[in-house]
Design a binder for this molecule. Structure first.
Ligand code: ARG
Length: 469
């Protein structure tokens, strides 16, 4: 028998010598997979209890293992655990330490199990927790947006297409647009969670095992809905992590669009919102500046989540079934993406709660750029029976006239208007103001303040029924 100190204590049986130092460096994952410690111990404790219940190991051994694992966990949580690179990963670090603590029974824990199903369980549990955390963080962000919407359900602001003023909308409507987006993001995490909630434990290396495991028992103990039905799939699948990264990428894209708006809105040119000192930074040279650094950093950082998604897709795409060591590269991507997602969600919720809109500046901006031209055209259709194309043409002429005179549409005189179309009456002025414009957008989903208030009430009710985060 070879010396297990010079080779590996866990799999060193057929190895005479230890690994090259560089081999050890490229092989080791303990530097990052120690983040799976809690999940690893949870999985092992469930496995040990099941082995005893099935009569595969003794009750005494299971008890020693399960208690010993709790000691290991407290060492890890207390920061006293001696992580060792030569023990490669979290699974072997935990098992080796368990052996120090409880002795011989530790060697029975790995019966009917492999690191392949073990890591699949650990990682699924970890990603599942992140889905839950994302849902909580998204709910907090939705609440912050609802608060903003409620403050300004009828504040008029410009609605943009092509970043050109298009039609007046309300601040509340704009905020509620993000509530809808983040609600879908939340649902994506929930969907991904439901699909990933099956247990790989008991698939062993890839083929299952000859030991009479009770896979339903471990699945239930770990909060999974059921054991995965195919052992090859159980150890080979990483689509659960990719679904998390995909949902995270879409959510990051939404966060980044909002961050972009905050950057634009807080500029001196727009002046739509201001941020308090808590969410602004100064310039070292230009004393007048207040920079929206948090929004900019958020916008930039979230790109890492797209990167993680592409990186893991690339790791997986060429792998034959079942496990390949390439898959050890799944974790750092997901850890980094999850950390940045959580930071981004928290920062955005903080900024949204903090920002103050400037209703007067919003209103002035809303009237710019002939934003009620569509209202004028619609009036011509409704009141004079013009075909919309003709109304569009008449309105275009009126806009050109106002532009030449350097005034806004509602400031044209009736006689000016009648010179373009003699059917126009005084009543036209009722639809030209920005307030009239938004008030008239009563179609379902439109920007009319009454609609917006109804949507705010619907979401406040829906979120109110959920557990407060
Ligand atoms: N550290 C490994 C990983 O993260 C655990 C699985 C190792 N399995 C193996 N057959 N070498 O993927």
């Amino acid at each position: 028998m070879s010396d297990t100190t010079s080779s590996n204590a866990m799999w060193g049986g057929r190895f005479a010598a230890g690994p090259d130092a560089i081999m050890e460096a490229i092989n080791a994952s303990i530097g990052f997979d120690q983040r799976l410690a809690k999940q690893d111990i949870e999985g092992s404790r469930a496995h040990a209890a099941m082995l005893a219940a099935q009569g595969i190991i003794s009750d005494d051994d299971a008890k020693a293992i399960r208690e010993g694992l709790l000691t290991v966990l407290s060492e890890i949580e207390g920061g006293t655990f001696p992580f060792k690179t030569e023990l490669e990963d979290i699974h072997m670090n935990v098992e080796a330490r368990l052996k120090d603590i409880v002795g011989e029974p530790a060697g029975r824990l790995h019966t009917g199990r492999s690191r392949n199903d073990q890591v699949a369980v650990d990682f699924r549990l970890w990603v599942r927790d992140q889905c839950d955390a994302a849902e909580v963080a998204l709910t907090a962000l939705m609440r912050a947006l609802l608060g903003q919407a409620d403050d300004g359900a009828d504040w008029v602001m410009p609605g943009f297409t092509h970043l050109q003023v298009a039609q007046p909308v309300t601040w509340g409507h704009h905020m509620m647009a993000y509530v809808e987006m983040f609600a879908r993001d939340r649902a994506r995490f929930a969907d991904a969670r439901a699909r990933m909630n099956e247990s790989p434990l008991g698939a062993a290396a890839l083929a299952g095992t000859s030991f009479p495991l009770d896979r339903q028992m471990t699945a239930t103990a770990l909060g999974f809905d059921r054991p995965m039905a195919n052992s090859l799939d159980a150890v080979a699948a990483r689509d659960f992590a990719l679904e998390f990264l995909s949902a995270a990428s879409i959510c990051a894209m939404h966060l980044s669009r909002l961050a972009e708006e905050l950057v634009i809105w807080s500029s001196a040119q727009f002046r739509f919102v201001s941020m308090s000192d808590r969410w602004s930074t100064g310039s070292s040279i230009m004393p007048q500046k207040r920079n929206p650094d948090a929004a900019e950093l958020l916008r930039a950082k979230l790109g890492r989540i797209f990167g993680a998604n592409v990186a893991l897709m690339t790791v997986m795409k060429g792998l034959p079934l079942t496990y390949s060591k390439d898959m050890q590269e799944d974790k750092e991507q997901v850890f980094d993406a999850a950390d940045n997602l959580m930071l981004g969600l928290a920062a955005m919720a903080g900024m949204v709660a903090d920002m103050k809109a400037r209703p007067d500046d919003l209103r002035v901006a809303a009237a710019m750029g002939f934003s009620t031209a569509t209202d004028l055209a619609d009036w011509l259709v409704r009141e004079l029976g013009l075909p919309f194309r003709d109304a569009h043409h008449v309105t275009g002429s009126l806009v050109a006239m106002a532009e030449t005179k350097g005034i806004d549409l509602p400031d044209l005189s009736l006689s000016d208007m009648r010179s373009v179309h003699d059917g126009i009456t005084d009543a036209i002025f009722d639809v030209l103001g920005v307030d009239n414009s938004v008030r008239s957008r009563t179609s379902y989903g439109g920007t009319a303040p009454d609609n917006v208030r109804a949507q705010i009430a619907r979401w406040t009710d829906a979120l109110g029924k959920e557990v407060k985060s």
